[in-house]
Design a protein around this ligand. Structure first.
Ligand SMILES: [Zn+2]
Length: 312
């Protein structure tokens, strides 16, 4: 970066702090101390010159990092693959991280309502991944599995960075291009793989990878009673579970089982056992991105391989 752009950024920060100062002063009635508190809250990001970004889930956080490179500091809230993903209860610390962020990335579609709520009362530019593709509450919320949603979310994140840090507009455009090149490679791989997976009937313990299976041309053959109970987050009836088990043991109408190990329970144990009995391949995955992957696209690419290898 040039000396000039550093100076410009310093000026931009002074202006931003002044704006923050006046807002803080209105609320507190103690202008001097409020200004100081606001300054120190921003000082870490100011010192590094990086945009502070918070992401509710680590898969979107990895996208935010790839699109920001050295210009951003990303904090992920949910990173574990062994905790309840839906109905997550944020800590006070989690919520506080939204307070200092310039850009907040949430999943939306009622997957992480706590995160949208935490971002609401802050100055952060909000990127709601589901919303960028017109997916709403009540639709399948696992939108990071969708190529369309990844594409539109990436562009929304880049736009948020360019607004927050206009001096580096071109750098963000270049990182966006690099990311799309990699996403395009993944989409080509999905297209090639779909020659094998097209029309393949599969079932799922939870419709977690529905968008990816759809991109692969696969047919969701999860027995209706079970699928409806799962979508409503209610307990499937004994008859629903038995119908699912019978279909798996039969090994004819279902050719692969998607098992979300992050939402495992005694019912899913019964279902995976039936898949083993019927020699139906089990594709195991989680809600959040496992630590062994560098980013969302590497993880998706590995899952495409898993789906491909399930086809006999
Ligand atoms: Zn889920």
């Amino acid at each position: 970066m040039t000396v000039m752009s550093k100076a410009k950024r310093a000026l931009a920060l002074v202006v931003a702090s002044a704006a923050l100062f006046s807002v803080a002063a209105c609320g507190s009635g103690s202008s001097a101390s409020a200004g100081n508190a606001a300054d120190s809250a921003k000082s870490d990001a100011a010192a590094s010159g990086k945009i502070e970004v918070v992401a509710s889930i680590n898969q979107w956080g990895s996208l935010a990092r790839d699109l920001g490179g050295d210009h951003v500091e990303v904090t992920n809230i949910m990173t574990k693959t062994d905790v309840e993903a839906h109905d997550y209860e944020p800590t006070a610390q989690d919520v506080a991280k939204f307070g200092s962020a310039k850009v907040a990335v949430v999943n939306g579609a009622d997957y992480d309502p706590w995160a949208s709520k935490a971002a609401e009362s802050t100055d952060a530019t909000l990127v709601d991944a589901a919303e960028t593709a017109g997916i709403k509450e009540g639709d399948n919320p696992h939108v990071w599995f969708s190529a369309d949603v990844r594409d539109s979310t990436a562009d929304a994140i880049t736009a948020a960075y360019q607004k927050a840090d206009p001096d580096n507009k071109d750098a963000y455009a270049e990182l966006n291009k690099q990311w799309h090149d990699k996403e395009d490679e993944l989409e080509s791989k999905i297209e090639e793989t779909s020659a094998k997976t097209k029309d393949l009937p599969y079932a799922a313990t939870e419709s977690v990878a529905w968008y990816l299976a759809d991109d692969l041309g696969m047919k969701d053959a999860t027995p209706t009673g079970y699928a409806q109970a799962s979508a409503n987050e209610s307990e499937p009836s004994a008859a629903d579970i038995k119908a699912f088990q019978d279909a798996l043991k039969d090994g004819k109408s279902i050719k692969a089982l998607v098992f979300n190990s992050q939402e495992a329970n005694s019912t899913t144990d019964q279902i995976t056992s039936a898949a083993k009995e019927g020699a139906v391949p089990v594709i195991e995955l989680t809600e959040q991105m496992p630590q062994e992957y560098d980013d969302l696209l590497d993880w998706m690419s590995a899952l495409v391989d898993d789906f491909a290898s399930a086809v006999k």
